[in-house]
Write a protein that binds this ligand. Structure first.
Ligand code: F6R
Ligand code: MG
Ligand code: MG
Length: 373
């Protein structure tokens, strides 16, 4: 096995057609994606890959040595989605090609519709990496779990008792409305971090970095979240920008179990039916990653890899586990409770967020009937 200087993991995803409706991905599209990525391995463009889906999102998990934002890697993902979308159109799958918003590839997949989380790092002697994939929600849905992994000692005892994690971590937070970013330190600035990321439709955690003096290079991210906001790109509502994230684990970072623990609490996220409702995030194995009830509830899948010399190896389906059964049951109860509100807030999103859905068209018709009071 070749020893590599630095490894890049790229997780690029798109909804290129649902089967049926917006529930899941047809096996035929997964097959096309696997064939395309297999060819890319043979031509030495990528080292290894795993194709999967969560809900109606096709997920390409790839390893290579070409760094972040590499044009050839992004083009590979784009061309793979285009090929899949062609098949999806032939099969009349639902919303075929829905996330492919650009007419032609323009150097980087960011801003073209698909979502992307990728990081480049120097492999440690052993390198556990988890790919988290969510459907029917938005990037801010990662704020709570990522915060808890890297900044909450009630979730991550390593922050208290592991000297290598004790200094804390640096959070890169993006304001996705004004397109600016800020770096904040945990634990010193946790109240500031929370002041921002509690507003999860606007401020999203983009990356987490180690601090000086630890075991890890401070310029290599240990967690990264996709922050591509579809409605900002498209200018009108075209479906939620279902997010993905990559997180490295162990040896000075949160342990695998500390990374998975936040998902034992099915917190409320925005998205679900018509991208317009708050609902619980249900952690599921990939076999259960089908959005059915009320087009949901929003789901999160997690695949774990032991990355070795830029090879992914076999995935372990981390939420396909009875330990997450209580969280799924709780999510079911919360779904019942939220659903009983019907079209009322806070089940339905507040008016500002509904701006990005189709409701303005309905309300426009009432404009002329409003009289001054
Ligand atoms: C949510 C989602 C679905 C659709 C809903 C209506 O992100 O994808 O809940 O919004 O099924 O879809 P259309 O308007 O395509 O019939
Ligand atoms: Mg869809
Ligand atoms: Mg989706």
């Amino acid at each position: 096995m070749a020893i590599v200087a630095k490894t890049t993991v790229s997780l690029i995803k798109a909804d290129i057609g649902g089967w049926p409706g917006h529930s899941t991905v047809h096996p035929e599209l997964m097959k096309i994606a696997s064939q395309e990525l297999e060819k890319a391995v043979k031509s030495d463009l990528i080292m290894d890959f795993h194709v999967t889906h969560v809900g109606d999102d096709l997920e390409l998990i790839m390893t290579h040595t070409k760094g972040e934002g590499n044009e050839r890697i992004h083009k590979l993902a784009w061309d793979t989605f285009i090929k899949g979308a062609k098949k999806a159109k032939e099969m009349k799958l639902y919303g075929a090609g829905q996330d492919l918003l650009a007419d032609a590839f323009s150097g980087n997949i960011k801003g073209m519709g698909p979502g992307c989380a990728e990081f480049e790092f120097t492999e440690r002697p052993s390198e556990p990496v988890v790919a988290f994939m969510m459907d029917k929600t938005e990037p801010g849905a990662f704020n709570l779990p990522i915060y808890r992994m890297f900044a909450d000692p009630f979730n991550t005892p390593g922050l208290v008792i592991d000297p290598a994690a004790h200094a804390g971590f640096i959070f890169e937070i993006w304001d996705i409305q004004e397109d600016k970013a800020v770096f904040l330190n945990a634990p010193e600035e946790t109240y500031d971090i929370l002041a921002l990321i509690g507003a999860k439709s606007r401020y999203v955690i983009k990356r987490v970095f180690p601090k000086e003096g630890g075991k890890l290079p401070t310029d290599e991210a240990v967690a990264v979240v996709s922050t591509d906001k579809l409605f900002h790109i498209a200018g009108k509502y075209v479906g939620k920008d279902d997010p993905v994230a990559l997180v490295r684990a162990q040896s000075g970072l949160p342990a695998l179990g500390e990374i998975l623990e936040p998902f034992a609490f099915p917190h409320l996220v925005s998205g679900w039916m018509r991208g317009s409702h708050n609902g619980p995030l249900m952690p599921v194995g990939i076999k259960d990653a089908r959005c059915t009830r009320f087009d949901g509830p929003p789901r999160v899948g997690a695949l774990g890899f032991q990355v070795a010399n830029a090879m992914l190896g076999m995935p372990s389906d981390l939420f396909d586990d009875p330990a997450y059964e209580p969280a799924r049951k709780k999510a079911g109860e919360i779904a019942d409770y939220m659903r009983r509100h019907g079209p009322f807030e806070p089940h339905r999103l507040p008016m500002e967020d509904m701006e990005y859905t189709t409701i303005p068209e309905i309300l426009k018709n009432l404009d002329s009937r409003f009289k001054k009071v």
